[in-house]
Structures are given as C-alpha cells and as structure tokens.
Design a protein around this ligand. Structure first.
Ligand code: ATP
Length: 258
C-alpha cells in the first residue's frame, strides 16, 4: 500500500465559472476515516472529483503527498488515491474477480494483460472484504451490498493508501450498510485513509474520526463527530429539527423530532 496524504488549500471547486464550494482547507491522513456530510447538491461529489483530479480546481490547490496534483501523472495519482464512485446499479457483464482486476490498471504497462501478481493482488483484495467464494460469480448476480464490497475490493487492488468513496452505503438495506461501514473501519485500522460521503449522520458517529459539514457553498464545520454533529448544527444544515441523544453505552444517535 502506498501511504498517501491529501491536502486542499484555499480550494474552490465547481464547473466553468460556477463556484460550488469555496475556500476549502482540509487535510486527510492515512489510518483515519473522514465523513463528508451535507444536503443534496451541496458539492460533495464535485469536491471528490476535484480531489481526484477528474475535474480542475477553480482556485487554490490540491496536494497529494505534498505535491501539486496537477503536476502528477494520472498513473501516479491512481497509485495513491482510489475512487469508489456512487453505485448507480451499473451493469458489469463480468465475473466478480474480473471487476476487482480492473483496479490493477494503474499497475499495468501499456497494452499488457494482468499478470500473476495482479491476479494475486485482486484475490487478496476480494479476501479482505470476505468475498473469495464469489470470485467466479457474475457481478450482476450478487446483492447490492456485496456489489459495493466488490467495488471496494477493486479500489483495494489498486494498492492506493487513500480511498475516496462517494455514498458507499446509498441504496443498501440496514444490514448491508453496517457491513460496508464495518469493512471501512477495518480498512482504516489496517492503515488506509478513507474519505466518504453519506447522508446519514449516524454513520459518522459510527466510523469517522473526523467529519466535515458542507452547505450553501462552504465548509460549515470540521472536527470530531461528537464535537460538531450537534442537534443545532444538524437541524440547521438539514432544515429539520434533530436531536442528538447519548446512549448508556456512550454512543450518539440522531433522533428527528416529528
Ligand atoms: N457537470 C456539471 N456541470 C455543471 N454543474 C454541475 C455538474 N455536475 C454537478 N453540477 C452541479 O453542482 C452542484 C453540486 O453537485 P454535486 O453532485 O457535487 O452535489 P452532492 O453534494 O454530491 O449531491 P448529492 O448529495 O445529491 O449526491 C449541483 O448544483 C449540481 O447541479
């Protein structure tokens, strides 16, 4: 695994002359889980795409391991950061192991086919997410939760130190959401950095060391979930009354007030 840090410095993200989020200052380190929260359309995906170099920054800089992103070759970026895009139910007419092998692209020479090392790496990634038994199954014949884990395995096979995940629990049932969150926690414990977006503040309470709140074109707050995900803050950004309750175990949960 390539250890990676990502830094956004006075970053403005958006499209053409349209600023979506301005003046972003963030640092992401390995071994940590970061949760990005904010209402629909506030710019989470736009920020992710800019951090990955998929769209250009409108102002400011993204630094990968201290070096400006725009000076780095696509393959070098891919060896440091992997991206798990939102799963819109894209149909992959491939076996599970073949989908995971796609994560090895950055490690292949031009026109070269995956070799033994790539196949071993893909198998190891699949084993990490507990799906070795499905390597020969059609991707379209496994559950949504398993598909999400396969897409995470594909990112793992890339060997990057940082994984950016856009709503990895979207459209999963409760059990599968927890399965994916548990896996994310395990990967961070193994030293990976994970940046994910979610619409569920409870997910930040469960897995994140740091949370970033975005709304109305800017970062509203960043810090530990317990510190910044208060009832007042959540009620304000989601425009709906929410209380945060502390359970006997010390865990926090969001309770909307109908
Ligand atoms: N290619 C594009 N060109 C112009 N504007 C875009 C483009 N893609 C997205 N936008 C706009 O940028 C804004 C932020 O979109 P983005 O997808 O980043 O939000 P988001 O926080 O990820 O939303 P959601 O939570 O609904 O997934 C929205 O107003 C959207 O319409």
């Amino acid at each position: 695994m390539n250890i990676a840090t990502i830094e956004a410095k006075s970053l403005t993200v958006g499209y053409g002359d349209k600023n979506i989020v301005s003046d972003i200052n963030l640092r992401f380190f390995h071994g940590q889980v970061y949760c990005l929260l904010g209402p629909n359309g506030c710019g989470k995906t736009t920020l992710f795409k800019t951090l990955m170099g998929l769209i250009p920054a409108l102002q400011g800089n993204v630094l990968i391991n201290g070096k400006a992103l725009h000076t780095q070759a696509r393959k070098i970026i891919a060896k440091n950061i992997a991206y798990v895009a939102q799963n819109h139910g894209v149909v992959f007419p491939y076996k599970v192991l073949e989908v995971v092998l796609m994560g090895r692209t950055a490690h292949l020479g031009l026109f070269s086919a995956p070799g033994k090392v790539d196949i071993e790496s893909a198998k190891a990634a699949l084993a990490t997410v507990g799906l070795s038994d499905f390597s020969d199954t059609d991707f379209n014949r496994i559950s949504g939760g398993q598909q999400q884990l396969v897409l995470i395995a594909r990112a793992l096979a890339q060997d990057a130190g940082m994984i950016v995940m856009d709503e990895p629990t979207a459209s999963l049932d409760f059990g599968n959401q927890m399965l994916v969150l548990e896996q994310i926690q395990k990967l961070a414990n193994q030293g990976l950095g994970i940046i994910l977006s979610t619409h569920n503040p409870d997910h930040a309470f469960r897995v994140a060391q740091e949370t970033v709140l975005m709304a109305k074109g800017k970062l509203i707050a960043q810090g530990s979930p317990d510190e910044i995900l208060t009832g007042a803050q959540l009620s304000a950004i989601y425009d709906f009354p929410v209380q945060v309750e502390v359970l006997a175990s010390g865990a926090r949960v969001c309770v909307p007030s109908f």
